[in-house]
Design a protein around this ligand. Structure first.
Ligand code: GRF
Length: 225
């Protein structure tokens, strides 16, 4: 295994994606370790998960900052202090500004519970159900200015059934979220991702078994790999 990259995970709430990243990292399934978890909500349950796993945490209250830029500058200061290579937005309910995007261009990922560019923004699963789509899923993308925008790294597709509710669809999508985020992280850690305009090219040469292990038979994402 190559040297581990250092991750920051930014959260606002429950932190189930954070948990899945903690789990694969502890098992040594990704060449990455979480250097810090930052929350904009002091009572985010994800902070508890991080502390239980001895991961440094930081809670920043937006009301202590003049505007979004100032908040993001503080985040960047912390990311630099912790020598972070890759930033993961995982249920981070804030719009990020160029103050954060510029210094970490192509090094910030977000996960969204829909097949972008369909259904960006809040309540993506509800939007998908109300639209009547037959398939939905989740997307990991690099973060650019604009809500849920930026080059797409990986997506997983799930069928939408007639009797699905927001809860059942969200639960199924979440299962895939927990799979594709670690895969995206490992692809980055192995230096396989190259952004060309809107596209992310994945170098599949000599793909390591680490990535295939993340894509197990229970939840198969494999066609793109
Ligand atoms: C996930 O559905 C993610 O796609 C979206 O926010 C939710 C966060 O869930 N951006 P969790 O906090 O990781 O459990």
């Amino acid at each position: 295994m190559s040297k581990k990259i250092r991750l920051a995970v930014l959260i606002s709430g429950r932190g189930s994606n954070l948990q899945s990243i903690i789990d694969v990292s502890k098992k040594g399934m990704i060449d990455a370790e979480i250097a810090i978890v930052i929350s904009d909500k002091k009572d985010a349950y994800g902070l508890v998960r991080a502390k239980e796993n001895d991961i440094p945490t930081l809670s920043l209250s937006p009301k202590d900052y003049k505007n979004r830029e100032e908040f993001d500058k503080k985040v960047v200061e912390e990311l630099n202090k912790h020598k972070v290579d890759l930033v993961l937005l995982a249920g981070f309910m804030r719009i990020v500004t160029p103050a954060l995007i510029e210094p970490f261009r192509d090094r910030i990922m977000n996960i969204h519970p829909a097949l972008l560019p369909s259904f960006p923004g809040l309540d993506a699963q509800k939007q998908a159900l109300e639209h009547g789509v037959k398939f939905s899923g989740c997307t990991v993308h690099f973060v650019e200015e604009g809500m849920d925008e930026g080059p797409i790294i990986i997506q997983a597709v799930v069928p939408v059934m007639d009797n699905d509710t927001v809860d059942t669809l969200s639960e199924l999508i979440l299962k895939y979220e927990h799979k594709i985020y670690p895969i995206a992280i490992q692809l980055f850690a192995e230096g396989r991702l190259k952004v060309e305009g809107r596209k992310v090219l994945v170098n599949k040469e000599g793909m390591s078994s680490a990535i295939y292990k993340l894509d197990d038979n229970n939840v198969k994402i494999n066609p793109i790999l």
